[in-house]
Design a protein around this ligand. Structure first.
Ligand code: TMP
Length: 414
């Protein structure tokens, strides 16, 4: 059931107000991380997962937004530290900030969406002033238990101004896998404007539209991923709010991301990487409606192939188990109508998810140990962004004859 008023798609861009063109409809979808208690009788919340592009600023965005408290609350079950590789990655990001933008007098870093403190723990250990915004209480408590300073609020104009009044300006405002969750960018940018030091940087990294289109990784689209950034759309947005895109860096994490660095307009010289990425996007016509409709056609092909493959495996009596009850998997499962008849259960390392059912399709989630007890014939890799880490630790599975079934960039067995 959707909230009242959320049934008609937006016609105008959340950022610039120009018209939106719809190019992809992923159907009625649940909250991606609203895992269900078996036997619970509360009706699940569904919303139309429909995507469009702005004809003015090229921003790709959802045409329906979900109230933020439905997604981010005390029981939010995603812990950033659940991947060893991501722990190492964020320690490296923190060290880079410590060596560059945090070398002045009493430097201060603010993080939007600090989760369990995977980045801030390194900043804290270096004795550098920091504050994490984290409205999801459970993960915030884990960060606090690590000695990290956390404010249990959403980052927006009001809360940013309060922090500035109490603690002064920030040299770095950083956000990983969070900024794209926030539809109301106007309030966020006003907050950044209030809190950021004159020569400070606003740095965020999220899934990149260019990678999503190139790999048909449509499962990067779900309730929390309201925006899919490109250099072109971020540059236009930055200008609108008095900032400038001064650096971009392609990142191999989470299936392909970009780190965008913004500064106040005129304060830093943009690196050549900015113009290069904008030129590349224009050359491949990344934000054109034809390209995006082509992407939608590829999504339909992968959906049909995956359902056909799983149905065939079931008919041949093969056991298929899912690996990683990711937020992304909600989009795949609900778009394709894949339930426990096709995927017996999904194993995951997150204790909060164990014993629960996936949103919408109600596939049971079991601890990681269930994977080997006994090994299935096929493992459907939902956590494909962690493939290297997972395949390395699960070598015994393939050694026993098991095969990985993957669907990015197309359906294939490895
Ligand atoms: P993410 O794709 O949003 O990072 O979510 C990854 C999910 O996969 C998370 O629920 C934890 C789970 N996971 C495992 O079960 N085993 C693993 O080895 C890794 C890296 C993640």
């Amino acid at each position: 059931m959707t909230d009242d008023g959320n049934t008609r798609p937006r016609a105008t861009c959340r950022v610039c107000g120009d018209g939106l063109e719809q190019f992809l409809d992923l159907g009625e979808q649940p909250i991606s991380q609203a895992f269900v208690e078996p036997g619970a009788d509360a009706e699940e919340f569904f919303f139309p997962l429909v995507v469009g592009v702005c004809t003015g600023c090229a921003m790709v965005q959802l045409l329906h937004d979900v109230p933020r408290d439905r997604m981010f609350h005390h029981d939010y079950p995603f812990y950033s530290s659940s991947s060893q590789a991501m722990q190492e990655y964020f320690a490296g990001v923190a060290r880079e900030f410590l060596d560059t933008d945090l070398t002045g007098d009493r430097p201060f870093l603010v993080e939007i969406g600090c989760n369990d403190g995977v980045l801030l723990r390194t900043i804290k250990d270096a004795g550098v002033r920091h504050l994490g915004f984290e409205p999801s209480g459970g993960v915030a408590d884990v960060a606090r238990a690590r000695g990290i300073r956390v404010r249990g609020d959403f980052f927006e104009e009001r809360t940013a101004k309060e922090v500035c009044a109490a603690e002064g300006t920030a040299d770095v405002i950083y956000s990983a896998n969070t900024l794209c969750h926030i539809p109301y960018l106007d309030s966020v940018f006003r907050g950044v404007d209030a809190l950021l030091a004159p020569d400070g940087v606003f740095v965020f990294e999220d899934p990149y539209l260019g990678d999503v289109v190139a790999q048909t990784s449509f499962d990067q689209i779900y309730d929390e991923h309201f925006y899919l950034w490109s250099a072109e759309s971020v540059q236009a947005t930055a200008r609108r709010f008095g900032f400038e895109l001064v650096d971009v860096r392609r990142l191999p994490v989470h299936g392909g991301e970009v780190r965008f660095t913004l500064a106040r307009a005129g304060r830093r010289t943009p690196t050549p990487a900015v113009a290069a990425l904008v030129a590349e996007e224009r050359q491949r016509r990344l934000s054109s409606i034809d390209t995006l409709r082509g992407f939608a056609a590829n999504v339909a092909r992968v959906r049909d192939d995956l359902v056909r493959t799983l149905t065939d495996l079931r008919e041949r009596g093969r056991r298929v188990v899912g690996y990683g009850a990711t937020a992304k998997s909600a989009t795949v499962l609900n778009l394709c109508g894949i339930g426990p008849d096709l995927v017996e259960f999904i194993c995951d390392t997150t204790p909060d998810k164990h014993g629960k059912l996936t949103p919408g399709q109600h596939i049971p989630i079991r601890p990681a140990e269930a994977f080997a007890d006994p090994y299935p014939d096929y493992a459907l890799l939902f956590a494909w962004n962690h493939a290297a880490e997972i395949m390395a630790k699960e070598r015994a599975f393939t050694a026993s004859g098991g095969r990985w079934l993957r669907y990015v960039p197309d359906v294939h067995v490895v």
